[in-house]
Design a protein around this ligand. Structure first.
Ligand code: C5J
Length: 235
């Protein structure tokens, strides 16, 4: 069995010919969260923390593409009429800017607005799944589970932002649905470094209660070893 060196113990990769597949999940690497002048920045968060993972996530994305392994991007956002935004979510906090209000990069967290887009360095390519999600978790009110089943995906590698909010929520949702989940520690970030640290510990505690944790380089080496030469048909 091919594995990725990980904590709390090696993460098993599906064998080439098993019919099971591993996919990269990139959570919410959107301009509004990551770029200076975006919603996150306006709220007083330090976006530099999030920006520093862009090269690592880009390296992982390149590897998955080269090996023709599936890639899933998510975006947190709401319909322009906000019919999928619970009033409680919109009311939350004491910020001057709320979901749906005009912000520095268009209406805050509204689908189709410039700020809702994924940062240019990680822009999805044709054939890659893009899941628009109204919640923090990628499974809530989306077609993600159906899509994963159709594609034979059983193993999910998580990256993106923020570690303790949308990444962790999505990973927990996936874990409860029976997916083997791996978090890439240097491919995820938080505005609050201590929250990331604790989340990474929490995920792998109790024998991997939510999943496994590894680094991008370890994962890339194992993927190359396991899948180099593999020829999945493009979706
Ligand atoms: C937040 C996210 N933090 N993508 N969204 O509201 O984690």
């Amino acid at each position: 069995m091919n594995t990725v060196p990980a904590s709390p113990y090696p993460y098993p990769l599906p064998a080439k010919d098993s019919g099971n597949r591993v996919a990269l999940v990139i959570i919410d690497m959107q301009r509004d969260f990551v770029e200076p002048g975006g919603f996150g920045d306006v709220l007083g968060n330090k976006v530099e923390h999030l920006q520093k993972i862009v090269p690592t996530v880009s390296k992982l994305l390149k590897t998955f593409r080269e090996l023709r392994l599936p890639v899933i991007h998510t975006r947190e956002g709401h319909r322009p009429d906000l019919s999928d935004c619970p009033p409680a979510k919109r009311r939350r906090g004491d910020s001057a800017l709320r979901i749906g209000d005009p912000g520095p990069m268009g209406r805050i967290l509204v689908l189709g607005e410039p700020g809702n887009d994924i940062v240019p360095e990680l822009r999805p390519e044709e054939g890659e799944l893009v899941i628009d999600k109204p919640g923090k978790g990628a499974f809530y009110a989306t077609t993600l589970e159906e899509c994963l089943k159709q594609l034979g995906i059983t193993h999910l590698v998580f990256t993106g932002v923020t570690t303790e909010v949308c990444v962790q929520t999505s990973m927990r949702e996936a874990n409860d649905r029976g997916y083997d989940c791996l978090l890439v520690e240097d491919g995820t970030e938080s505005y609050f470094p201590e929250f990331k640290q604790v989340t990474v510990r929490m995920i792998q505690s109790q024998g991997g209660i939510v999943g496994w944790v590894t680094t991008a380089d370890r994962l890339i080496a194992s993927l190359r070893q396991t899948y180099a030469g593999i020829a999945h048909e493009p979706e």
